[in-house]
Every structure is written in structure tokens, then in C-alpha cells.
Design a protein around this ligand. Structure first.
Ligand code: FAD
Length: 424
């Protein structure tokens, strides 16, 4: 038999020292990052017959019992449907799910509000659903843990990724090598693997920090979410189960420390005053959390045998609450395309499959990303012309039924749809 020595040597060159000294493991798909997006993709591929490994820095016990991180996630109807399909939604008790019946946008101290109301009293009529992030993450991890075709390598950092024509390779910091047909990166908005694969991204540092906490209050929120664009800061008040709300205050980063250091009694009084006493007396429960706000949109969602999902593809400003909703819909598109290719006995890792994923997902993410960033710059700019445009925008949206209808449809859509309006 003829052996092509040059080819053999070339193949050997691809094997780095880690490859020679550590273990070599073989999978169909290597997912980097066991956040909610990475684990959701594994769950969506439950019946694909593909062998999956998920590599994560955190420990299994941190993933199985995630700490409270202050984030309460507003989920759309489509996200609820996708979480139900993957089996995670059923793992979250009804008592932890808070339907949003009404949303009010408030500008400055003007009494004028832009209102959205659910069309009826049933859960199915809700504008969306609020659930604490740690509960979502736990439910998805438990579902992932029940899969027969996926395993987790925890407490392990990915050192590098590379792809060749015939395979993809993940090198772990501990020295092992994973060979796979496809790498999917779900390794945060600051994705190191995205950079290693040469995929550029546009990013915005908003120079602002979000401060999050839970507050109990005297009066019922009636399942209403408030988004208050106040001078110098924004404040979202999101209805949680019972007389509890999730508070998200966004300020220029140089003011965040003052708010963090505020005594609890002053903080309680401050939030009550800024809400004009709408919810009566307010009382902080638990701690305050901070998140510096940076938005990122990758310019491509794939490369040879490599795809980006979740925040690694698009990391949103939280004001429009799209981040994980997009993470869920993106992984669903990718999984569906891969399984359709499998059925036709085509490569699930092929450029055609990945291109179709990118085309569909970008159609939604691009307008939402840029629309959200425009909303942020309009509503955080307190110059006179910007405040005028804000007031006009609220009134137009309120009084022009097609605009309101389109926004509401987007919130309540149960299927993958194209963006109806830039910004929503
Ligand atoms: C304040 C705030 C409020 C938000 N509110 C909403 C909302 O209301 N609605 C909504 O839809 N979204 C919201 N989001 C967005 C949502 O939280 C994110 O979109 C979501 O958590 C992203 O999930 P992910 O799995 O893509 O990434 P991540 O959760 O960032 O997970 C990435 C994982 O990758 C791991 N990792 C990274 N690098 C490596 C490596 N080299 N090796 C191994 N592992 C690695 C990390 O440890 C991590 O576990 C909000 C975000 C913030 C900050």
C-alpha cells in the first residue's frame, strides 16, 4: 500500500504537544460553555444521534445548583415554547413563573406612559414571563444531565480551538485534546474562541453599569413591568411572584459605587420616591449585584466547522430583554438545520448548514441589536432634542395602533418570526 509520507507528516504537525502528551477524545460536537445557550443546544440535539461534549470552566456542582445572580429573565412565548420542547420549562415550578400582564414605559417625571396590555386574563395571554436566571439555569442543567448522548467536562478551560478541512480540534488547558466534526462556541460575549477563529465583532461599551436586586413592596404590582427612563438613569421594575419585584437600575459607571454603598434604608426610600410611591413602601431583600454593560454582535456566526451561539454570537444590552431569548431561538435554528441535514444524510457540520443558520438568525439579531442600541442612546441622552424625540416616540407608539400591534406581536409570537420593527 502506498503511503503519502508528506501527508502523514502534515497530519502529525497538526498534533500539538498536548495532543501527544494528553488524552485524545473524539466527539461529533464540542460545545464550549455550559451556560444556558450551550446546554440548550445539547438538549435540542437529544434525538440527533450525535455524540456531544460540553466543556465548562465551572464545576458540575455550581452548574447543578447555580447561585442567585440577581438576573431575572423576561422570556417571550417563543422561548417558553422552546424550553417546553426541550423539557426544561416543566422543571420550573409554576410558583416561580411570573406572567407579565402589562408593561408601562415612563419618560422622566412625566405622568404620560406608553402602555402594553395582555389581551386577556389567561397565562397564555401574558406579554411574557419572568423567571430568575438561577432557576432557568438549574432547570436546563437538570435536563442536560438526563441526556444519553451528551457529557460534561467540568472545571476545565478551553485553551485553544482550530479547524481543518476534515476535523475540528479543541485543546484543553489541562492538556487533553478533543477532536470533533463541529465546534459550537457559547463561551460568553467575550468569547475567546470567536477571536481565535478570526471572527470579528462590533461592540459598544455603554459606559454604564446595571445594579440589580429584589425588593418587597407594600402594594401589589398587578403583574405590571415598569421601564422608567429618568434623568441620568433608567430603572426597570419587573414583577416577580407575590409582592416582590426585580429592580434594575442603570447608571453611568462612575455613579454605580455610590448606589452600591447606599444604606439599605436610604436605598429603599430612594426607589420608593423614584416610583412615585406606586408600590408603597419598598424593602430590599438579598444583595445588590452589578453588571457593566457591553453589547456585542459578531460579524459572522460561523467559520469552517465552527459556529457561534448565545451571547458569543450576540450579547445584548438588557433594556429590551432580548439576550437569552435570542440565545434560545438561535440554538433552535442551528439544531433544526443540523438535524435536517442528518436526515438527508448530509454533513451536519457543512458550510451550507452553518450558512443557513447564520442567514436566519442574523435576520432577527441585526435589527434587534442596532434597534436596542439606538433606544439606549435615545433614552440615556438627556439633551433637550433627545427628550423631545423620546416624548414624541412614546406618543406615536401609543396612538398609532400598527406600531403598538407590531411590538406586541413580537413579544407574544410563538414561532420563529422575522423582526417586525427595528428595535423590538
Ligand atoms: C443584567 C442583565 C439582565 C438580563 N436580562 C435578560 C432578560 O430579561 N431576558 C433575556 O432574554 N436575557 C437577559 N439577559 C441576557 C442573558 O442573561 C444572557 O443572554 C444569557 O445568560 C447568555 O447565556 P450564554 O449561555 O450564551 O452565555 P453565558 O451565560 O455567559 O455562559 C457562558 C459559559 O461559558 C463558560 N466559558 C467561557 N469561556 C470558557 C472557556 N474558555 N472554557 C470553558 N468554559 C468557558 C462560562 O464559564 C459560562 O458558563 C440579561 C443579562 C444581564 C447582564
Amino acid at each position: 500500500m502506498f503511503i503519502d509520507l508528506a501527508q502523514l507528516l502534515r497530519a502529525l504537525c497538526h498534533l500539538n504537544w498536548a495532543f501527544l502528551s494528553g488524552n485524545i477524545m473524539d466527539y461529533d460536537i464540542a460545545i464550549i460553555g455550559a451556560g444556558p445557550s450551550g446546554l440548550s443546544l445539547a438538549c435540542s440535539l437529544r434525538d440527533s444521534g450525535l455524540n456531544i461534549v460540553v466543556i465548562e470552566k465551572q464545576s458540575r456542582s455550581q452548574l447543578a445548583d447555580p447561585a442567585i445572580d440577581g438576573r431575572d429573565i423576561a422570556l417571550t412565548h417563543l422561548s417558553r415554547k422552546l424550553l417546553k420542547q426541550q423539557g426544561s420549562w416543566q422543571r420550573i415550578g409554576d410558583e416561580h413563573i411570573s406572567p407579565i400582564a402589562c408593561a408601562q414605559v415612563v419618560d422622566g417625571d412625566s405622568p404620560y406612559t406608553l402602555d402594553f396590555k395582555s389581551p386577556g386574563p389567561q397565562t397564555n395571554d401574558a406579554l411574557g414571563f419572568l423567571i430568575s436566571n438561577h432557576l432557568i439555569r438549574k432547570a436546563i442543567f437538570d435536563e442536560f444531565d438526563s441526556l444519553h448522548n451528551a457529557e460534561l467536562i467540568d472545571q476545565c478551560e478551553v485553551a485553544s480551538v482550530s479547524t481543518q478541512e476534515n476535523h475540528a480540534q479543541v485543546t484543553l488547558a489541562r492538556g487533553d485534546t478533543i477532536m470533533a466534526s463541529l465546534i459550537v462556541a457559547a463561551d460568553t460575549r467575550f468569547s475567546a474562541s470567536r477571536r481565535q477563529m478570526g471572527i470579528s465583532a462590533s461592540s459598544v461599551d455603554f459606559g454604564r453599569t446595571a445594579i440589580l436586586c429584589w425588593m418587597e413592596h407594600e402594594l401589589s404590582h398587578q403583574h405590571t413591568a415598569f421601564e422608567c427612563f429618568q434623568y441620568g438613569r433608567t430603572m426597570a421594575v419587573l414583577p416577580m411572584p407575590g409582592n416582590l419585584s426585580s429592580i434594575v437600575i442603570t447608571v453611568p459607571s462612575n455613579q454605580a459605587q455610590d448606589i452600591l454603598e447606599m444604606s439599605e434604608s436610604r436605598f429603599n426610600e430612594d426607589v420608593k420616591t423614584r416610583l412615585n410611591g406606586k408600590l408603597g413602601d419598598m424593602k430590599q431583600t438579598g444583595q445588590r449585584f452589578t453588571y457593566p454593560l457591553v453589547g456585542i454582535h459578531a460579524n459572522r456566526f460561523y467559520a469552517n466547522r465552527f459556529a457561534l451561539i448565545g451571547d458569543a454570537a450576540v450579547g445584548m444590552h438588557p433594556v429590551t430583554a432580548h439576550g437569552f431569548n435570542l440565545g434560545l431561538s438561535g440554538q433552535d435554528i442551528l439544531a433544526s438545520e443540523m438535524m435536517a441535514a442528518q436526515k438527508k444524510q448530509q454533513g451536519f457540520y457543512s458550510a451550507d448548514v452553518l450558512r443557513r443558520y447564520q442567514q436566519q438568525h442574523m435576520l432577527t439579531t441585526r435589527p434587534l441589536y442596532h434597534g436596542t442600541n439606538s433606544i439606549v442612546s435615545l433614552f440615556t441622552n438627556d439633551d433637550f432634542p433627545a427628550t423631545l424625540i423620546r416624548k414624541a416616540a412614546l406618543r406615536i407608539s401609543n396612538n398609532f395602533p400598527p406600531v403598538k400591534w407590531a411590538i406586541q406581536q413580537k413579544l407574544m409570537a410563538r414561532n420563529q418570526i422575522k423582526s417586525l420593527l427595528p428595535g423590538f
